[in-house]
Design a protein around this ligand. Structure first.
Ligand code: SF4
Ligand code: SF4
Ligand code: SF4
Length: 187
């Protein structure tokens, strides 16, 4: 759990150095996926994880390997995909289903002076806050302590400003401010 209480600006140079996040050179795999090289060796592209997922966020990606599409839905961590995976490409040896949280790009409406809180409304764990701004538009802040990486905030964004990124647990602040320039990220 993160102990830092103060909001910490997310700076472009931090992102480019990779000190806060790891951009995905590969697609985002289903929860409990083993490391990518092993995943590609173990996964037999059987589609069983896609078929059992009640949230329908798992889709067939490049080469027939499963990947996550948060525009389709959010993960509720029901564990059905992992149980369906016979080769062990999704494995309980992973202590957490994944370490992901939303990245919010500069296209975010409040950052452009337009009020919007759709992402907060979609977030059951209440991990997205909008601290009031005197005479201004409140901007989103992600509380990573609360975020479980479900991805429910992604699809409701009217300008597709949110994308899920893998986060390094040993290097990030508990609260990310979005007031500074941030690097774009794609799934
Ligand atoms: S844990 Fe459940 S909801 Fe999440 S991807 Fe797997 S089957 Fe779908
Ligand atoms: S159930 Fe396992 S082996 Fe089958 S496609 Fe999904 S990850 Fe790959
Ligand atoms: S990924 Fe889920 S828990 Fe995290 S901020 Fe988005 S909706 Fe909230």
């Amino acid at each position: 759990m993160w102990r830092w209480a103060l909001a910490t600006p997310l700076r472009r140079r931090d992102l480019l150095r990779g000190s806060l996040q790891t951009h995905h050179p590969t697609p985002q795999r289903p929860p409990w996926a083993v490391e990518e090289p092993l995943f590609l060796r173990l996964c037999d592209r059987c589609d069983r994880c896609l078929e059992v997922c009640p949230s329908r966020l798992l889709v067939r990606g490049e080469g027939g390997y499963p990947q996550v599409d948060y525009q389709q839905g959010a993960c509720d961590f029901c564990d059905k995909c992992r149980q369906a995976c016979r080769p062990g490409a999704l494995s309980m040896t992973q202590t957490q289903p994944w370490q992901r949280s939303p990245h919010i790009a500069q296209t975010c409406l409040p950052l452009r002076g337009v009020a919007c809180q759709s992402c907060r409304d979609a977030c059951e764990p209440m991990a997205i806050r909008f601290p009031p701004v005197l005479g201004g538009i409140a901007r989103p802040q992600v509380e990573r302590d609360r975020c479980n990486g479900c991805g429910a905030c992604v699809a409701p964004c009217p300008v597709a400003a949110l994308s899920m990124i893998t986060t390094r647990s040993d290097a990030q602040p508990s609260v990310t401010s979005l007031t500074d320039e941030v690097a774009p990220c794609t799934l």
